[in-house]
Design a binder for this molecule. Structure first.
Ligand code: ADP
Ligand code: MG
Length: 222
């Protein structure tokens, strides 16, 4: 599902350098990404999502060369293929929770917003235990509730690849397990693939595989 070759990346400013010779994730695999803070985990997810562009090398996702997409294609790719649970959620405060969950459908012609989608959004919200909160705004939610809303938004378009950046980070242990159950269920149900950054080492044995950022060579600054 993901095939990365000879990837190099750096931000326009700062010393950070990422050099990833080879990284693969099979279809339907659930892979946990671990590594110290600042090692590039979020950067990797952004590269796979097409939010950042590599300096050199290739990133293929489901046969699409993400590194070579133009702006419009990249946007459509992101919205139709990727479900992204951001580390800081990226919910829009001026929209209520339901409209946040429906957001992917509002910002692209590549997805069609019908009554079936609204019904599924409500189903997801109740699976996540936030069906009573859908008319609230994100400012009126706890961190854990925001996280659940962000997960609903990521899952709604039934993405082939789910990228989760510490999706269980702000939750208590019982909810952590529950959210992971829901993520895994959704991944299995839609035959999707999961790449999840996590700091919760007690959850690691639930994944198929762990990718440790210690194994990726980070360039020395020249
Ligand atoms: P992690 O998610 O593993 O904590 P990140 O991928 O967020 O790490 O960041 C990797 C490194 O890149 C850090 O040193 C961080 O300071 C740096 N970095 C992140 N975003 C930017 C940016 N927009 N510009 C410059 N440096 C950045
Ligand atoms: Mg991060």
């Amino acid at each position: 599902m993901i095939s990365i070759r000879a990837l190099t990346f750096r931000y326009p400013t700062g010393e950070f350098r990422l050099n990833m010779p080879e990284f693969d994730v099979a279809k339907s695999e659930k892979v946990a990404v671990i590594g110290p803070s600042g090692s590039g985990k979020t950067t990797l997810l952004n590269l796979v999502a097409g939010i950042l562009t590599p300096l050199s090398g290739s990133i293929e996702v489901g046969g699409t060369g993400v590194h070579a997409l133009g702006d419009t294609e990249r946007r459509d790719y992101r919205i139709t293929t990727i479900g992204f649970v951001f580390q800081d959620f990226e919910l829009l405060d001026y929209l209520d929770v339901m409209d946040n969950i429906l957001l992917p459908y509002r910002i692209t012609g590549a997805l069609e917003l019908g009554s079936d989608v609204r019904a599924r959004a409500l189903d997801l919200a109740s699976e996540m235990g936030i069906s009573g909160l859908v008319s609230r705004h994100p400012t009126e939610l706890s961190q854990g509730e925001k996280q659940r809303a962000a997960i609903c938004r990521a899952l709604l378009p039934r993405p082939k690849l789910i990228l989760a950046d510490e999706a269980t980070g702000n939750l208590d242990p019982v909810n952590k397990g529950h959210i992971l159950d829901l993520l895994f269920q959704s991944v299995d149900h839609h035959d999707a693939t999961l790449l999840a950054v996590t700091h919760d080492h007690e959850l690691l044995d639930r994944f198929d595989r762990v990718a440790d950022f210690h194994d990726f060579h980070v360039w020395e600054a020249p």
